[in-house]
Design a protein around this ligand. Structure first.
Ligand code: H2U
Length: 350
């Protein structure tokens, strides 16, 4: 019988944040591909597009007009998924009903990262990225302090492959009264860990990762970017604060700058991987804003990029993944090594 090797044999890995397993099939990384190829069209974008609804001074779809902003600009989403109005609701169904339902209140915002339509986070200078971090902190604090807002989700969809509707550099915030499902599961696991050990799960995990070094992509004084041991997407990464900060609300000036630096460097590496503007969905997981101090929470930002083996071949979460559990081919250690060895100088700036 052959001795098990992580590089050669199928195995399952445990994700302690979500409390679930994933399947790793390293032997499959070499299989030929005759399926869908994503289009690799890299068009140069102008600094201002008269038809873009996020550009400064332009009209939005619903007829409102953006001011002639410079830097960041935040507005209420014209097509919100949640509404701020309270509705009266008589609880009709008990917890054992098949038809459980409850109204949900919330606020959706759009954040333009820059007035310059041609930029993305990796192409912005660090100072400009830091201003985006300032806005994220301000919004998390302000929205979170509203009595009926108990969770603030900050995220960015980049690239049409991830459903982004507009190439103008921007992200979104969805703030709501309930804790969404994935966050609630993470919270449950973080709390269980904290209650028994009095240290955050990610603090202990980070210690082990730094000791091993094999999945580390970037590190600065305050943050580490790594490919999680349990990563699902081929080049999935996570930025973790070295200090167990429950959220961005507590970041000091030095941390905000260091966060901007690691964000720029990581997204630059992503662009350099296939020399394209690398698509991803990214977002922060942080403490609920329900008024409690959540010592169990530890700030982390996930990056879920869909591309697999080139600028044109993406990973699909279908079949087995939809029906059974998530699966990956290339190992997290291989992905980390590839990302680690890439330059932090953007290919367009060389
Ligand atoms: P995405 O690119 O991630 O889809 O985000 C763009 C958001 O901008 C989207 O949620 C909003 C959409 O509803 N939007 C406006 O609020 N006003 C507009 O004029 C266009 C798009």
């Amino acid at each position: 019988m052959q001795k098990f090797s992580r590089q050669d044999h199928p195995h399952r890995r445990y994700n302690p944040l979500l409390g679930e397993w994933i399947l790793v099939s390293p032997q499959r990384a070499k299989r030929p591909w005759q399926g869908q190829q994503e289009k690799n069209v890299e068009e140069e974008r102008p600094k201002h597009d008269p038809h873009c609804y996020l550009c400064a001074g332009n009209e939005r779809i619903n007829g409102g007009r953006n001011p002639d902003y410079k830097g960041t600009y935040v507005f209420d989403n014209d097509f919100p998924a949640l509404l701020q109005e309270e509705v009266s609701f008589i609880k009709e169904c008990g917890g054992n009903s098949f038809f459980r339902l409850k109204p949900e209140r919330g606020i959706n915002k759009v954040i333009c990262f820059s007035e310059d339509h041609s930029l993305t986070l990796p192409l912005m200078d660090v100072e400009a990225v830091r201003k985006v971090v300032d806005v994220w902190q301000k919004e998390y604090r302000e929205l979170g302090s509203l009595e009926y807002i108990n969770h603030v989700q900050i995220f960015e969809n980049k690239g049409s492959a991830m459903g982004c509707s507009n190439p103008h550099p921007h992200g979104q915030i969805w703030a709501q009264s309930d804790i969404p499902s994935l966050v609630a599961r993470t919270q449950y696991n973080l709390k269980k860990y904290y209650d028994t050990r009095h240290t955050t799960l990610l603090q202990d995990y980070l210690k082990e990762e730094l000791k091993s070094g094999e999945r580390i992509v970037l590190e600065n004084e305050y943050f580490v970017a790594l490919v999680p041991f349990w990563a699902v997407w081929p080049y999935e990464t996570m930025i973790i604060s070295k200090r167990p900060a429950p959220s961005i609300a507590t970041f000091i000036e030095e941390e905000k700058l260091a966060f901007a630096e690691i964000l720029k460097d990581l997204t630059t590496k992503y662009d350099n991987l296939f020399e394209i503007s690398f698509p991803y969905s990214a977002g922060m997981h942080q403490a609920p804003t329900d008024g409690d101090y959540h010592s169990e929470w530890h700030f982390h930002m996930h990056f879920y990029p869909p591309l697999l083996r080139s600028a044109t071949v993406r990973k699909f979460m279908v079949g087995y993944e939809m029906l059974a559990e998530a699966q990956r081919d290339i190992t997290p250690e291989q992905s980390a090594e590839i990302l680690r060895n890439l330059s932090t100088v953007h290919y367009k700036r060389r």
